[in-house]
Design a protein around this ligand. Structure first.
Ligand SMILES: [Ca+2]
Ligand SMILES: [Ca+2]
Length: 80
């Protein structure tokens, strides 16, 4: 019984991770692994250049998946 509950927990965590990854992959329309302002504006039409710059924590001009996840965790962007 304990094993079954643990297994279900692992299964649902895997499904959630897969969903998050697939949503992120859909946003990255040119497939370069980074999210440009234009790509993010498809999912977040209200995103401004100023907000985008604030998401870019390492200031390399692009938002990477980690920076996107951090923004979603901080509530700057709604998790999709
Ligand atoms: Ca991209
Ligand atoms: Ca960056």
């Amino acid at each position: 019984m304990k094993t079954t509950v643990l297994g279900l927990g692992i299964l649902s965590a895997s499904i959630l991770t897969a969903l998050a990854v697939s949503a992120a992959t859909e946003m990255d329309t040119d497939g370069d692994g980074m999210f440009s302002l234009t790509e993010l504006q498809v999912a977040y039409p209200d995103l401004t250049a100023e907000t985008y710059a604030s998401l870019d924590a390492n200031a390399d001009g692009m938002v990477d998946p980690e920076e996107l996840a951090a923004a979603q965790e901080a509530g700057v962007l709604p998790a999709s």
